[in-house]
Design a binder for this molecule. Structure first.
Ligand SMILES: NC(=O)c1ccc[n+]([C@@H]2O[C@H](COP(=O)([O-])OP(=O)(O)OC[C@H]3O[C@@H](n4cnc5c(N)ncnc54)[C@H](OP(=O)(O)O)[C@@H]3O)[C@@H](O)[C@H]2O)c1
Length: 324
């Protein structure tokens, strides 16, 4: 699969990046819903992703207060990747803070990234800052103009807030690069909420988080329901009963359809779920699956080698539509 451009910027990224919530460290993992992994495992996961063609990584201040940023860049350095050798997206946590905090804390972000640059700086969510969305975006634009961040994005913004962000940045001469939102075969809200149409109209990339629905779309829990007992408590899909007996029965037809397509491509269920995501929505959507083991990262990046036919995309679409 060809590289994609991040919104209207000159940054090129692989259609599949690697989500780094999994590198948050044990302190905050319970609430974030990831399994604890040590630094040698992070090194191996990042190395496997790079080897399989992943060119970018999504982390956040909120993933262990800089722990994930530090673990990621330690792994890149251990692999001999110099600053600028991989694209790094991180996020600012707005909770209880004013827009002025963006300027005051950029040094912390760069410190945690250990010499690697911020290629994309995202506002993690629009709900909890003490400042307005326009004030936050003006502060982001100032960071861009100061050369501290290469591109500016948002996350969890609805269509209206996304348009406000776009217009505020445009007035400052800065493009809105991306909006990171949940998109997967069981969660297609962007199609009804106006987020997809707005992204296409404005030329903004949508970064799909939880693209495997937290692992449900790998089929592992359908194959072996006993694994459900090992799912970290904070994982977001638990709340929707997706891991329960009824939830797994409901989604089984989709997993079966993904498996049929996977067999035709000598691929896996997870790879077809990801390939569908970065094919069905055209160039607008890129995906950042998470991995807690190197073999998972290799498999996920392998989705970029799966070319689905129009008929396969349509078949998966039809079944997913009944569930999403
Ligand atoms: N902006 C936001 O608000 C927001 C919110 C959530 C996530 N994110 C971002 O999105 C990224 C991904 O989201 P996510 O971690 O919630 O969900 P996800 O990517 O849908 O699922 C990741 C989990 O799926 C399992 N998995 C991955 N590959 C597998 C394979 N080949 N075989 C079997 N299981 C496999 C792993 O579970 P185990 O580790 O349990 O084995 C992995 O941790 C995060 O890392 C983060 O960067 C952003």
């Amino acid at each position: 699969m060809n590289a994609r451009r991040l919104g209207p910027t000159d940054i090129e990224i692989s259609p599949i990046g690697l989500g780094c919530l999994q590198f948050a460290g044990s302190g905050r993992l319970a609430s974030l819903g990831a399994r604890p992994i040590d630094q040698p495992t992070v090194d191996a996961v990042v190395g496997a992703a790079l080897d399989a063609g992943v060119t970018w990584f999504d982390t956040a201040e909120g993933y262990g207060r800089g722990h994930s940023e530090r673990a990621l860049t330690s792994a890149l350095t251990a692999r001999g990747v110099p600053p600028g050798g991989a694209t790094i997206a991180t996020k600012w946590t707005p909770t209880g803070r004013t827009a002025g905090h963006l300027r005051r804390s950029i040094g912390d972000r760069l410190d945690h990234l250990q010499g690697h640059p911020v290629d994309l700086y995202q506002i993690h969510e629009p709900y909890s800052s003490l400042s307005s969305v326009p004030a936050q975006l003006r502060a982001m634009a100032a960071l861009h103009h100061a050369g501290a961040v290469r591109a500016v994005g948002v996350s969890n913004f609805n269509a209206r807030r996304m348009t406000t962000a776009y217009e505020t940045l445009r007035a400052e001469g800065v493009p809105l690069a991306s909006n990171q939102v949940q998109i997967n075969l069981l969660h297609r809200g962007i199609e009804h909420s106006g987020v997809l149409d707005t992204a296409r109209r404005l030329g903004v990339t949508l970064i799909a988080y939880s693209p495997l629905a937290g692992g449900i779309l790998t089929g592992r829990y359908h194959d072996d329901p006993a694994q459900v007992a090992t799912v970290p408590k904070g994982r977001r899909w638990t709340g929707r009963g997706a891991y329960g007996t009824a939830g797994l029965a409901r989604t089984r037809p989709l997993i079966d359809a993904l498996r049929t397509v996977a067999e035709a491509h000598d691929a896996t269920v997870a790879q077809v779920a990801l390939a569908w995501l970065v094919t069905y929505y055209g160039d607008t959507v890129v995906a950042i699956p998470g991995a807690s083991r190197p073999a998972q990262a290799t498999e996920l990046a392998g989705a970029m080698r799966v070319t689905l036919t129009d008929a396969e995309v349509g078949r998966i679409d039809a079944i997913s539509r009944r569930l999403a």
